[in-house]
Design a protein around this ligand. Structure first.
Ligand code: H2B
Length: 96
């Protein structure tokens, strides 16, 4: 069972994840791409990364804006896996 992070752990981690915000039991980031195909290309790369980690985001796609919502469903909240996926999404968004 993945261990839920404490509020302090989450706040500390968020200092290194400035594009993310906490929303209850989730971490949330919206990425705006240059076009709809570019947004979907990023979604595809995130999907590959998520699959390789066996840790998947919720993704809300609205034209060029995609909102990624992270939580560990099996733990009912935020775990280290969510922090790792957030970092991975930041890397992919930066290199998009
Ligand atoms: C069976 C499979 O390992 C689990 O369902 C994985 C899949 N991806 C997952 N993704 C997320 N975000 N949370 C989980 O608990 C989770 N569990």
């Amino acid at each position: 069972m993945a261990e839920l992070l404490s509020d302090t752990d989450i706040e500390t981690a968020l200092t290194g994840l400035p594009d993310w915000r906490r929303d209850g039991a989730t971490l949330v980031r919206t990425v705006e791409s240059s076009s709809f195909p570019a947004a979907i290309a990023l979604v595809d790369r995130v999907a590959e990364a998520a699959e390789s980690m066996n840790h998947h985001p919720d993704m809300d796609i609205r034209w060029r804006r995609v909102t990624y919502t992270l939580s560990t469903h099996s733990a009912g909240g935020i775990t280290k896996s969510d922090l790792e996926l957030a970092r991975r999404i930041d890397e992919l968004a930066a290199s998009a």
